[in-house]
Design a protein. Structure first.
Length: 211
């Protein structure tokens, strides 16, 4: 769970994508999975005026999420524990949708977002089960935007997408004017976060939706 305490390169790319398309998320209900340091949601809350913003992670990481929101003076986001691939419990996606999104808010989740969500291969299917449930049992128009850093060319989610009736497309980083240089050039002073040269070139953005 310690990796939920860091700002990963994938979060920087996702944050830039959110900023570029910030108007698309205005007055929408958005669920962040595996929030950790919550960069995408912080960008959303500061720039987009979402209708509802839900940040989720495993219980051990939620204090990190709460701290990030407090330090950025964001007080109207909902923070909840969420375990991928589970149903019928207080920490499952069906409970969150039925008890909060549909019953209290009477709305739908419009977008799911996540950074480096395809990190642990053992969790790939659990994540896609969650996404599939939201799309096929809650809102067929929901889209999942996620960044991932390629760590092995042998990893593939295509068979899982087929299994759970999902499809995806890669969104080129240059389509949202992503500037890698500001995160690797210390002389530019455009970012407080600096990463190693070449790291961001291995980060890809996916859009996952109903097949």
């Amino acid at each position: 769970a310690a990796y939920g305490c860091y700002i990963w390169p994938s979060a920087l790319v996702m944050g830039e994508f959110i900023w570029y398309h910030r108007h698309q998320f205005t007055q929408k209900t958005i669920l962040e999975v595996g929030a950790g340091t919550s960069i995408p949601s912080l960008v959303l809350a500061k720039s987009s005026s979402p209708l509802h913003l839900i940040l989720t992670d495993i219980p051990e990481i939620l204090p990190i999420v709460d701290t990030c929101l407090k330090r950025n003076q964001i007080h109207d986001a909902l923070v909840r524990p969420l375990l991928w691939g589970q149903f019928g419990s207080d920490t499952s996606i069906d409970h969150l949708i039925q008890k909060v999104v549909e019953s209290q808010w009477q709305t739908k989740i419009d977008y799911i977002i996540g950074s480096d969500t395809f990190y642990e291969p053992a969790q790939f299917e659990n994540l896609l089960v969650l996404v599939s449930y939201v799309i096929h049992h809650h809102n067929p128009n929901c889209h999942f935007f996620t960044t991932y850093q390629e760590r092995s060319p042998k990893r593939s989610i295509q068979y899982l997408l087929d299994k759970w009736k999902l499809q995806c497309r890669q969104i080129p980083n240059d389509s949202f004017d992503f500037d890698e240089l500001k995160y690797i050039d210390r002389d530019q002073e455009l970012s407080e976060v600096i990463v190693s040269a070449g790291t961001l070139s291995s980060v890809f953005l996916l859009e996952i939706y109903a097949a």
